[in-house]
Design a protein around this ligand. Structure first.
Ligand code: GLA
Length: 393
């Protein structure tokens, strides 16, 4: 749907739910897909994500009292969820509103108290729980709205950090910075090569002549909170501490493959060795992948994507039969340049680079094989790389 049509639909709904449109503005923040560099962002490594043209739309206005009223067109059965800008804390009954509330709380923690209530309507066209960062998209759009309505002096990079802070400390998921950063800093037709050790980054144009990015959604739902995400994170922290008994490093991302191999015996558990190995090798793969892309070697980029999946499957163990089926079926098809799981794993999506002429066949054959093996259907999206958050005028 074009932005003007979308805006009209959202405004109509807002007026229906909240009475009128007085003082409202319409906003958007994208979702993201990560091309390579998975589970490296909390290990001081590199990531290579991009913002999408799908994401979260919001209609918002400031109120004259302390009341917060939320409505999501994705969860209409929940109706209007009300609370107050005072005493913000996570509550189970608050459901999805814990994400925007967490961001309002985080602004306060950073010395920017939100003094007034708001009416906020959201609509997301990112499939829920797909691993395309619908929650980070909600966080960033909320921060963007707060900056716009209350005049807080924060950059887009600050919005990413505030979003991550709220997710870590309000919603209890120890995520890294990748998702919020990719969304807040997104740039059309570019991926972001981000070093999570110091947040330095460059944009890399994604020119896939004759090919497109295809996202395959497993429809296996996952929530980061109930996944093994936090467990993987602490396994890496323990492995790092063991390496630090001899090496003076701050993160696994500082190690080359050779340095890791020479020192891995410091890690006293075979499972933890595999976890740390993934973090080290995946970081190096990401650096190599971006070099390959810059050199115009899309074939090598694809091979590194494939190697990333194997490592996430065998060493990091965050794939599962659904994601493995999507990727392994994709690899069989002529015209697939690379395919891997993307995001946290344990469900969610895969990302593939597919030649234009192979896309129909890809969707047909991967779709059929998935249905036959898993028992329910996957969904496929040919996506474009979009910009960061914006006001829709
Ligand atoms: C989730 C987290 C990110 C990152 C990925 C795995 O998307 O939110 O911070 O750790 O998983 O790469």
């Amino acid at each position: 749907m074009a932005d003007t049509a979308m805006k009209a639909t959202l405004e109509q709904k807002f007026a229906e739910v909240f009475g009128d449109l007085e003082g409202t503005k319409v906003y958007f923040a994208p979702g993201r897909v990560n091309l390579i560099g998975e589970h490296t962002d909390y290990n001081g490594g590199h990531v290579f994500p991009c913002a999408l043209t799908i994401g979260t739309y919001a209609v918002a206005r400031k109120r004259n009292d302390k009341t917060l009223r939320f409505y999501s067109m994705n969860f209409e059965h929940l109706g209007v969820i009300e609370s107050s800008i005072e005493g913000l804390k996570p509550e189970k009954e608050a459901d999805w509103t814990n994400y925007p509330k967490g961001v309002m709380w985080a602004f306060g923690e950073k010395g920017m108290k939100v003094e007034a209530g708001m009416d906020l309507l959201l609509f997301g066209n990112i499939p829920n729980g797909s691993g395309l960062s619908s929650s980070a998209s909600v966080e960033v759009v909320t921060g963007f709205i707060l900056r716009d309505l209350f005049g807080f002096d924060v950059t887009n990079q600050d919005l990413a950090l505030i979003g991550q802070y709220s997710e870590n400390n309000f919603n209890g998921v120890n995520c890294g910075i990748m998702d919020q950063f990719a969304i807040a800093m997104g740039k059309e037709n570019n991926a972001i090569f981000l070093d999570t050790a110091d947040l330095s980054y460059t944009y890399a144009p994604i020119k896939l002549e004759g090919a497109k990015i295809v996202i395959s959604c497993s429809n296996k739902k996952r929530g980061l909170g109930d996944s093994k995400y936090n467990e993987r994170r602490s396994e890496c922290e323990t492995a790092l501490a063991e390496l630090q008994t001899k090496l003076s490093i701050k993160s696994l991302g500082e190690l080359t493959e050779e340095e890791f191999e020479a020192n891995k015996d410091l890690i006293k558990d075979p499972v933890r060795i595999r976890r740390a190995k993934h973090a080290v090798y995946e970081n190096q793969r990401t650096i190599k992948a971006v070099e390959a892309l810059k050199a115009g070697d899309i074939t090598l980029f694809g091979q590194l994507m494939n190697a990333s999946h194997v490592s996430l499957r065998d060493d990091y163990e965050v794939t599962g039969i659904e994601l493995d089926t999507l990727v392994e079926e994709a690899w069989k098809i002529d015209g697939v340049i690379g395919s891997r799981m993307t995001g946290a794993g344990f469900g969610g999506c895969t990302v593939s680079i597919v030649k234009d002429e192979a896309i129909d066949k890809f969707i047909d054959e991967v779709g059929k094989a998935y249905l036959a093996k898993i028992g329910y259907a996957a969904d496929f999206y040919v996506v474009s790389i979009g910009d960061g958050p914006s006001v829709i005028a």
